[in-house]
Design a protein around this ligand. Sequence first.
Ligand code: NAD
Length: 334
Amino acid sequence: MKILTAVGTRAGLQFDFEEHLIGGACIDAHGIPIEDITLKACQEADAVFLGAVGGPKWDMLPGHLRPEKGLLGLRKAMGCYANLRPAKVFPALESASTLRPEVVRGIDLLVVRELTGGIYFGEPKTVDADCGIDTMLYTAPEVRRIAIVAFEAAGLRKKKLISVDKANVLASSQLWRKVVDDVAREYPDISLEHMLVDNAAMQLLRNPAQFDVIVTGNMFGDILSDEASMLTGSLGMLPSASLGGGAGLYEPVHGSAPDIAGQDKANPLAAIGSIALMLRHSFGLEEEAVAIESAIARVLDDGFRTLDILSDGDTLVSTTSMGDRVLSVLNGII
Ligand SMILES: NC(=O)c1ccc[n+]([C@@H]2O[C@H](COP(=O)([O-])OP(=O)(O)OC[C@H]3O[C@@H](n4cnc5c(N)ncnc54)[C@H](O)[C@@H]3O)[C@@H](O)[C@H]2O)c1
């Protein structure tokens, strides 16, 4: 929040903030994981910035009362059908990945995952003792709208889009490929390539730096975005955006990290990176978004680390101190 306020002040903009409860905090206060008044406020906002939900205190509750239900309800109410997960390896963190530094060097990719269709939602979906059925279903309008998000995102980056499907086997993927090709005609400056999902999973480990933007369906995106995110070293580094008809929803990829909660140890860079995505995708403030990402890179270059990304020779800092350092560099840039 302090980063966003600083950007606003410097850009001559005033952000109006409203705070609402979700998850465990809302269960404690009101007995349910999210209130209608919150859903309405989020639908009416220009953008929503979300803290993670959940924790052991609420794990024993029945499914419909659990904190995670509040988040699913919020995503549904906001119609967020496009999940954007960037995975960027900052030069100072090349050795934090499980892959060799020369393999992860230069990784700066974005997975655009379709979030509300595909096999997770298709009907029929049944299971009995002998048979389990899921249905992989995509309609042309569903594919078209996610393809547009991906082409637009590629336009803000290196203009290279790879669409991932399984068109050699799946009928829904054949439709996917045709619709993506149709949308491509509206974006002649973006280079489009199709890749089968098994090859994409392999290429992400073999040569991840070849990717700029990946667009794919719900299940393939679920798997590939987790694979891509682990290239970068820590969950505490990964921002996300979920876009739909109205306001965007911005949140770090990680959960509430209950094992370190309240100790001023968590890495705030995923949350700060999510603010950069908000400025870029909801407010069109690209320069300010880049300034935040550059400030994060500078602080890492200067050797400051929270515990999750600490190596020999680095300087250990708290959550608060990391945020203050990014803020102070940012104030020098903008
Ligand atoms: N979007 C969300 O709100 C969301 C996402 C995932 C999990 N959850 C919830 O969070 C709770 C904990 O789940 P989990 O433990 O599986 O996942 P988690 O992401 O909270 O934590 C996994 C591990 O990563 C570490 N970690 C996470 N974020 C970090 C950060 N910013 N800095 C440093 N270390 C960090 C944690 O300490 C932990 O060791 C559960 O209740 C789960 O349902 C919520």
